[in-house]
Design a protein around this ligand. Structure first.
Ligand code: MEV
Length: 309
């Protein structure tokens, strides 16, 4: 018997970094998935296209999640974990959160733990904390729940519901970066400029609430304007860079309604919304400059798991 779980990657639409310090963020699950298969074994092992070597330190988070779940609930931690991912790692698209959520869901399924989404998110957070230090929890919350979620630490995440689909453009810079390092950089900015940081965080929290209404009401032009405003705040924190700024400029020049860094920044990906008729040429324009660029449709479902004989 083995258990399989699939969890989607994510894009932060607005509010990254400020969410770590108590602001609202708006995030969407993406139609790119991590699939985790867990089966009983004589020892703990991970086979993965993400973590190549059986004993590498990057495996720690996966083993942390499994060990914590075995201790807290039940089940043997000696399992073989197989991970297949079409979410690029280090791209700001939720590869680690989707992996940890899928590990938690598959382990729960294998051991008939029947954990709720909230409990799965808590288990995934054990892995997320060992990778990123002090993350807000927005990434596993959206990867587990799916759809579009308004998230603030300490509040119940709010699902943003709407009729039909919305489309987003994502473009990967090819620059990998560490979320832990970026979170640390922003914490230092907050220490240095507490007043400025507090005002920005308040403004971006409001912006996320407004962005959720615009997405719901299909005001993509208004949403785009808010993305570009959010980008200015991210630039002022120093989490954008020349490459990312250049990509945002290009997205705007090619006719997007708005664009910004998505996720931790310093590398990773940018996100744009654009008029329907311009999406194709925008994707081609970014791709032609060597950036892996794709259009996604949201909402998509969250984590799901099943047993196989
Ligand atoms: C990373 O996807 C989002 C950050 O805000 C970190 C976090 O919220 O944990 C940069």
């Amino acid at each position: 018997m083995r258990a399989i779980a699939e969890a989607p990657g994510k894009a932060i639409i607005t509010g990254e970094h400020f969410v770590v310090h108590g602001a609202w963020a708006l995030a969407a699950a993406l139609p790119r998935k991590v699939r985790v298969t867990i089966e009983p074994s004589s020892k703990f092992e991970v086979i993965s296209d993400l973590f190549r070597r059986g004993e590498s330190p990057e495996l720690l988070p996966v083993s942390n999640v499994v060990e914590e779940m075995a201790r807290e609930f039940s089940g043997k931690p000696t399992v073989r974990v197989m991970i297949n991912s079409d979410v690029p790692g280090g791209a700001g698209l939720g590869s680690s959160a989707a992996t940890m959520v899928a590990v938690a869901a598959a382990f729960s399924k294998l051991n008939s733990l029947g954990l709720t989404v909230n409990e799965l998110v808590e288990c995934a957070m054990v892995g997320e904390q060992s990778i990123h230090g002090k993350p807000s929890g927005v990434d596993p919350a959206v990867c587990a729940r799916g759809g579009v979620v308004l998230f603030r630490t300490g509040s119940t995440p709010k699902k943003v519901s709407f009729e039909g689909m919305r489309s987003l453009i994502l473009s990967y810079s090819g620059l990998k970066r560490s979320t832990r390092g970026q979170i640390g950089h922003v914490a230092r900015m907050k220490d240095r400029y507490p007043g400025m940081f507090e005002s920005l965080a308040g403004g971006i929290g409001d912006l996320s609430l407004r962005a959720s209404e615009m997405l719901r009401d299909e005001d993509m032009k208004g949403l785009g304007t808010l993305l570009t405003v959010n980008q200015a705040a991210l630039m002022s924190l120093g989490v954008s860079n020349d490459t990312l700024d250049g990509m945002v400029d290009l997205l705007l020049t090619l006719g997007s309604y708005g664009a910004k860094v998505t996720g931790a920044g310093g590398g990773g990906s940018v996100l744009a919304v654009a008029p329907e008729g311009k999406e194709k040429s925008i994707v081609s324009g970014l791709s032609a400059r060597g950036f892996e660029t794709f259009r996604v449709e949201i909402p998509v479902e969250g984590v799901r798991s099943w047993l196989e004989r």
